[in-house]
Write a protein that binds this ligand. Structure first.
Ligand code: WTA
Length: 674
């Protein structure tokens, strides 16, 4: 991958012809939050950082900030320094005067027989307070960390907001990740508690989730960190729904413990703006995931601002981001952004196509959803299994979002014509775990749409594209390079938890103009994506330049998958490559070479796949494990992943004459392409 960065891994080719434009409707523009193009002047490069006051002012501050940005310790920018606020207060308490009885969260369980829960702001406030009281009684205080490993149930945002209320830093691990992955992250963040659940519904099955908590606890212990306790929510109020037994003295059933805290209220702790709100682990180029640390004031201001202007959320909207809160998308655009704006946010527990491909559209009809947000993978799969389903339901979106991976123009058009019924605007939002919120997207009432392009930058974001030698690629030239952001913005992560040097090296070192400088102009942020900008100013994102695979919009580190394969003793070498996939964009394919003298077998293949699922979780499972006689290698012994990747994509291997063992390529080709 790194040997051929600008080719991208997405199947989108720079040579693609530019698409025709589409325009937002007058009806949409008439009601939009942002219709004044002057915002781009107000947020010009010259007006950074002060322009971001506009976002910070969407929040309620206990104490106004003294300094917009502190750059004294570059590139660890501190935003709104001196300011104080509480995120839980901003997402709940301050809405009570006007919206106490309005739904904050519509919870849709996967089984269609279960009634939808409409949790009002008042009820959310009560539940967050009571859970915060429980956490407080366990000695949790501002700055402590808690790992939350929960599925898509209301208890997840409730747990997050209860932590935020106390100034406790939450670290949510995607519910579909393995117990081992949760345990590693709990150890890395030195969490005091693990918050888990007995079970949840996914694709028609009530899964045992509690068994993962046991594994997580042990894994954390094995890494030298002992959790104080495991809190277990019950999926059903009055019964325990897991076959895995509770561990006496360690596990506490939250629903039972909460009876002691009925009616208890906890004052939101007034926190410094630059204190951390949460950690979100993401994959990088090494086996160790990075805990991206996001601040309270800067992050919340940025997600509130972008939710208002790019998502066009009004309190009257029923907003549905069909993603998982366990990823950054869900943090920013299911929980913090929408709730900061007093929206009604939909949470759906299950798989989009359970029991059939009409499910999302039935939910949209039932709840009167006006804004819909999901990933290209979900759009591709709904299109494949139910291309005519949306037309059968009476719903009307005004706005739709795509996020996480490039969307092919073909798929975009189905989203627009069939899902959006040609009534909804679409924004294609490019951003990252590190960036907290959107970087590139059309601003929906101001820009025309172009299928397959993420659009220009959003207000206050000033991209620049550098080539590998550090020269600026002229804007609008259509030439690919490494996309960077010239300026800091409040949503940018503060650091990598416990690895500040890695933060500097990964995101700033390459194009930093002067490492001693405390002027932010010298510190462009390198996103790690290849991109090009067309003449009209719209960016097309071409894919990662590092060893990260973007599967179904989720980031997986190739090193993490390879290390998982190497836990199988028979495996001598492992290499993961991204292979094109009709639904998921790309999927990992794994090549392994065995220890000398061992034979390939189906059982061994299965053992390797299972090892990946145990180490990381089912989403990281390779599509294929190819057990090969040897890896194609350079003379210096480096595995040539580029060669494997073209073989996986059914292409030819290209020039292999420089390899140490060119003959093995033909053997592998026959194996893979037959
Ligand atoms: C990719 C998800 C093309 C990109 C919010 C980025 C995209 C990585 C888009 C971040 C998009 C995200 N078009 N590619 N609209 N959005 N990406 O951290 O490669 O899970 O670097 O954040 O996804 O993935 P992450």
């Amino acid at each position: 991958m790194a040997d051929n960065p600008t080719a991208g891994q997405t199947g989108l080719d720079v040579l693609w012809r530019e698409e025709d434009y589409l325009y937002p409707s007058a009806k949409f523009i008439g009601q939009a939050n942002l219709t004044d193009p002057a915002i781009f002047d107000r947020f010009s490069l010259d007006n950074i950082p002060e322009a971001f006051h506009e976002y910070a002012e969407l929040l309620t501050w206990d104490k106004y900030w003294e300094k917009t940005i502190d750059t004294s310790d570059p590139p660890f920018w501190k935003w709104f320094v001196g300011g104080k606020l509480n995120a839980s207060y901003n997402c709940i308490d301050r809405h009570l005067a006007k919206y106490a009885n309005k739904t904050a969260i519509h919870f849709v369980a996967e089984p269609e027989s279960e009634q939808i829960q409409h949790i009002t702001y008042q009820e959310l406030w009560v539940r967050v307070n009571e859970f915060a009281a429980l956490l407080k009684s366990m000695g949790l205080k501002a700055g402590d960390r808690v790992t939350i490993h929960l599925p898509m149930v209301p208890e997840l945002p409730i747990s997050m907001l209860a932590c935020a209320r106390l100034g406790v830093i939450h670290s949510v691990v995607f519910g579909g990740f393995s117990g081992k992955a949760a345990g590693e992250r709990a150890a890395d963040s030195q969490s005091k508690l693990l918050i888990s659940m007995d079970g949840y519904w996914r694709a028609g099955k009530l899964l045992d989730h509690k068994e993962k908590a046991d594994i997580a606890y042990k894994e954390s212990e094995a890494e030298g960190h002992k959790l104080d306790a495991v809190l277990v929510w019950q999926r059903y109020e009055d019964k325990y729904s897991s076959p895995t037994a509770l561990v006496k003295g360690r596990d506490q059933v939250v629903n039972e413990r909460l009876t002691e805290f009925k009616g208890k209220r906890v004052k939101p702790v007034s926190m410094p703006a630059d204190a951390p709100l949460f950690l979100m682990y993401t994959s990088g180029t090494t086996g160790r995931p990075k805990g991206m640390q996001h601040s309270i004031g800067g992050y919340l201001a940025y997600v509130a601002g972008t939710s208002k202007f790019i998502q066009d959320i009004h309190p009257e909207d029923v907003y549905w981001c069909m993603a998982d809160i366990g990823w950054i998308t869900g943090h920013s655009y299911i929980v913090y952004g929408p709730l900061a704006l007093a929206a009604s946010s939909v949470m759906y527990e299950g798989a989009p196509t359970t029991p059939d491909a009409g499910r999302p559209w039935r939910i949209a009809e039932e709840l009167g959803v006006t804004i819909f947000h999901t990933s290209p993978t979900a759009v591709r799969s709904l299109r494949k299994v139910g291309p005519d389903e949306p037309a059968k339901y009476e719903y009307h979106f005004k706005h739709m979002t795509t996020v996480g991976e490039p969307i092919e123009p073909e798929v975009w058009r189905w989203y627009y014509n069939v899902v959006g019924k040609r009534e909804a605007v679409i924004v294609d939002t490019w951003w990252q775990t590190e960036t907290g919120g959107f970087l590139c997207s059309t601003t929906p009432a101001l820009h025309r749409m172009k299928p397959g392009s993420a659009g220009p930058a959003v207000a206050g974001i000033h991209p620049i594209i550098y080539d590998d030698d550090g020269n600026v690629v002229p804007m609008g030239s259509g030439r690919a390079g490494n996309i960077c952001i010239q300026n800091p913005w409040p949503g940018l992560a503060q650091t990598i938890w416990g690895q500040p040097d890695r933060f500097v090296e990964t995101y700033f070192a390459r194009y930093c103009k002067d490492r001693k400088s405390t002027d932010w102009h010298d510190w462009p942020y390198m996103a790690g994506d290849a991109a090009m900008q067309a003449e009209d100013g719209y960016f097309r994102i071409l894919g990662r330049i590092d060893d990260v695979i973007n599967v179904a919009g989720h980031r997986l580190g190739t090193k993490e998958i390879e290390s998982a394969a190497l836990t199988v003793p028979e495996v001598a070498e492992a290499a993961v490559v991204p292979a094109k996939d009709e639904i998921k964009g790309v999927v990992p394919e794994l090549y392994v070479a065995l220890q000398p003298g061992l034979e390939a077998s189906d059982a061994l293949q299965k053992k390797i796949i299972d090892a990946v699922a145990t180490e990381l979780g089912p989403i990281a499972k390779p599509r294929h494990v190819w057990i090969v006689p040897d890896m194609p290698k350079t003379r210096s012994g480096k595995i040539m992943r580029r060669v494997l990747r073209s073989l996986s994509d059914k292409g030819d291997a290209g020039d292999v004459t420089t390899l140490a063992n060119p003959e093995v390529v033909e053997t592998i080709r026959k194996q893979v392409q037959s």
